[in-house]
Write a protein of this length. Sequence first.
Length: 421
Amino acid sequence: MKINVCTKSMKKKLLFITSANLATNPRLVKEIDALADTYEIDVILFRFIHWSSPIDEKMRLERKHISFTLLDVSKQNIINWVFYALLEKIGQQVWSIFKHSLPINALALSRKTIKITNFLKKNNNYDLIIAHTISALYPAYKSAHRWHIPFAFDIEDYDPGMVFTGAGKHYKTICETLYKNILPKAAYLTSASPLIGENTLQLIKGHPHHQTIINSFPEEEFLCQKNKRQIEKLQHPVKFVWFSLTISFNRGLEEFFEAAKLLDYPIEVTLIGNIDPSFEKEIIEPINNNNHQINISIHPPLQQQKLHQQLNVHDVGLAIEPGIDLNNKLAISNKIIAYAQAGLYILASNTLGQNKFINEAPSRGLVSELTTTALKTAINQIHNNIDAIRQTTNERYEMNKPLAIEYQIPTIKKLITQTIS
């Protein structure tokens, strides 16, 4: 399905490919928005039948100057779904025999990879292909080779280090094979954190054109909060905030609340996201029913700018990632960047990526292990220093201004210009 077909122009033409959609790939959205005035842009993405669909549709309609092509491997088209699911299954079955074959690795990785590859038969005069997810990597490489144009890859996640349901026992090896054989041939690489970049470069034996582009946000989304933070007295409880698409287990919240139960003073905790009913029943309700000094407020997901405007009515942002896999340990999450840009003090778990981020500017916050004892100590330290934390909100806001995406886009533009000039 093709929508928003752009008029012909003399601009250089870029093709972006993702196996996600706009609502679930905000990093892609930031990039196409920043480049749309300079380049003609086409985007290949996927249709999903879940919560993100109406948001994605709205985002596409707001970008009439960009051409979007929607692919579909969902069960809504049962014949299409069966066909691509079968191809993926065949790839996984024969992988152990043909594990050195790039096409077989791509086949075994994801049915979306196959769908994109089959779709990209005709070159619409593209000058550069930019892949934004691992499932888009092989199609970008293959099409660029066929059309004799360059391709690039954005490493938002360290794919060989990811562990998730449905990944399959060969996922790590498949990702490493694709990385080692394809990434050295990319015109340039970008990564979402310094450590993701370092691990990738170590795996592929280096690359001459790599840059780190962190997952930051437009500065204007936080401007309205400057100098509006009311300095409150110590007697007002410390206000913590945490956000994600889903409020659930294995995100560090269980550990935080276990520590918070041991406090002898009140705190306020705002959770923003879709609440998992099981988490609400097992974690939230017992706290509310047992009169702990923890005032918990739960809010549904907010549009990005509204979320950022809400952050600074709080004191401390919780970036308590549990480090469930290597990628999680290397990453710098969206939330820790948003907290920093809003001027919040940050309570961060001691993953490698977050440790590095806080240590670069220690006034950003505090790093803690995810144990009850360590978290209780960290919360106490914040409580005892809350006056100073509140009084330095604007200083942190100003210090973190250079994190904004506006300061990073010139690096991306320079990489593109050097590639297709």
